[in-house]
Design a protein around this ligand. Structure first.
Ligand SMILES: [Zn+2]
Length: 173
């Protein structure tokens, strides 16, 4: 099993060694992504090749998996396929970033070590829409009504017209 990906990596060393990282990353290790998930169980399949493009260490590969997001309309489960190709150049100066060919997405790195799950999480987050939601109209039943009900109940006792209406009814009888 290749389930344990390293936490911290040194991209320069990895690039010099032309290392390949293959494995599965558990979703429970990704806190920021976790806030968007309806179901935090599951994992992402990661396959990343490190090498050097000129002097710049780069990562090329793919992140795949099935995750369950919370639909931003109805807050119910929304199945989502992640299939993100990765092509990152790790630069330390603006000049290096400018020299990098367009196919690579420049990533500023300051320390020699970086969080691998953090990098994978960033890539997945970039690939998600701002407001993931069901393709069909999921909102017009249930949630709107459910949310509105407690508010109405809350206001009823304080509503002076409701009290007047009650008094009127009593008077008529
Ligand atoms: Zn929905």
């Amino acid at each position: 099993m290749l389930d344990q990906l390293p936490e911290l990596i040194d991209p320069v060393v990895f690039a010099e060694r032309q290392s390949n990282i293959k494995g599965y990353l558990g979703l429970q290790r990704l806190e920021r992504l976790g806030t968007l998930l309806f179901d935090k169980t599951g994992e992402l399949k990661v396959d990343l090749q490190f090498y050097k493009e000129g002097k710049v260490p780069v990562i090329e590969g793919r992140i795949e998996g099935h995750i369950t997001l919370a639909c931003q309309s109805c807050m119910e489960a929304l199945d989502w396929s992640v299939d993100k190709s990765v092509k990152i150049g790790m630069v330390q100066t603006i000049e290096q970033a400018d020299r990098l060919t367009d196919e690579f997405e420049p990533l500023m790195v300051s320390d020699e070590k970086m969080s691998l799950p953090g990098l994978i999480e960033d890539e997945v987050l970039i690939s998600l829409p701002d407001f993931p939601r069901h393709a069909h109209k999921c909102l017009h039943y249930e949630p709107a009504v459910k949310l509105a009900e407690p508010k109405i109940n809350e206001h009823e006792p304080d509503n002076p017209f409701a009290v007047l209406a009650t008094l009127k009814n009593t008077g008529d009888q």
